[in-house]
Design a binder for this molecule. Structure first.
Ligand code: GDP
Length: 317
């Protein structure tokens, strides 16, 4: 079992401009970490093995939070599977190879709940990893993430470094991508319904049948979970991080409509893919470590919507 981290150790947050990385940096600073190391993609291309090794040699972090990844929603994954596979494999490999060569003692790799088999029992327990076929709409991304989890457990076994992996459910919050074609469902719907209110449109069309079920976790809750795991978890198995509760896409659409004040009609477009029917996580492992989600979906939607509107105003100005 790990112990609390010294607030003066250098902590490298890979992917600090993304949804997850930015939340982790906010939390670390709030908790008094004085040496949070970051590099923008302009300064460091994490797909570049040599450049990444040089960066880690220069900064010598004692903790690596690997939150860098190419991510996107169901359409983006469908459109560019080769990019999702290649970029994610290269990012993970450069960081973990460099961290291994330097024997960096703590590393947290972030995967995703889509790594579990498509038709596994719900809620999904960590032990079902690699027990069946994957959901085809994000198979390339999932295979890359499974390779990352396997790299962590292999380094643990071969080198004795106490690295760990976490598997977050669908995340949302400030700093998310709101791109209508490429983003995940929650930001996509916030944007669609917001635009509908502004344009006085009578109908909003939601992709798919509305029947798939998804679980949503606010990214600030994930950041707390990451710190909990870095300080209190040391085991081979990845750890699920979610709320343990899900809802249908149709119910999410209703909630988003209520959040932004849309009173029109919600239509569904079944020509768009549904993806996996359900993926709700069993979160008993992380709950046993004392972590629990704190931000409910209605509250999280309200604050994320406020953040989105604020960001829009900055763009307009
Ligand atoms: P997934 O969890 O990997 O399937 O990724 P997404 O967050 O992209 O999609 C979740 C579900 O929401 C799927 O069933 C989508 O068809 C559905 N969905 C409904 N409307 C939208 C939308 O506007 N954008 C996205 N990305 N998904 C949508």
């Amino acid at each position: 079992m790990h112990s609390p981290l010294n607030r003066d150790v250098p902590v490298y947050v890979a992917g600090h401009t993304g949804l997850v990385g930015s939340a982790c940096v906010r939390l670390l600073r709030r908790r008094g970490f004085t040496r949070v190391v970051t590099a923008s993609s302009a300064e460091l291309d994490l797909r570049d093995h040599e450049a990444t090794a040089g960066f880690l040699r220069r900064h010598r972090p004692e903790v690596v939070l690997l939150a860098a990844a190419r991510v996107g929603g169901i359409a983006a994954n469908h459109a560019a599977p080769a990019d999702f596979l290649s970029d994610n494999l290269r990012i993970q490999l450069s960081i973990m190879d460099a961290a291994r060569a330097l024997r960096i003692p703590r590393l947290l790799f972030l995967g995703s709940s889509c790594i579990y088999p498509r038709d596994c029992p719900q809620p999904i327990h960590e032990s079902v990893l690699l027990s069946g076929p994957l959901e085809p709409t994000n198979e390339a991304y999932a295979v890359a993430k499974i390779a990352g989890v396997t790299q962590v457990s292999s380094v643990r076994r071969q080198d004795g470094l106490p690295w760990i992996s976490a598997m977050p459910t669908n995340l949302y919050g400030p700093g998310d991508s709101f791109d209508p074609e490429r983003s995940h469902v929650l930001p996509a719907l916030l944007r669609k319904f917001d635009e509908a209110v502004r344009e006085d449109a009578g109908t909003v069309t939601v992709w798919g049948t509305g029947t798939p079920r998804r679980e949503f976790l606010h990214v600030d809750d994930l950041a707390e979970a990451c710190l909990t795991l870095l300080e209190h978890y040391d085991d081979d198995s990845p750890v699920n991080v979610g709320t343990g509760e899900d809802l249908t896409i149709a119910a999410l659409a209703e909630l988003v409509a209520a959040t932004v004040g849309f009173r029109g009609r919600i239509a569904f477009d079944p020509r768009r893919p549904d993806g996996t029917p359900r993926k709700v996580l069993d979160i008993s492992t992380i709950r046993a470590l004392g972590w629990a989600p704190r931000i409910g979906l209605a509250e999280g939607l309200r604050s994320t919507y406020a953040w989105y509107r604020g960001a829009q105003e900055v763009v307009v100005r």
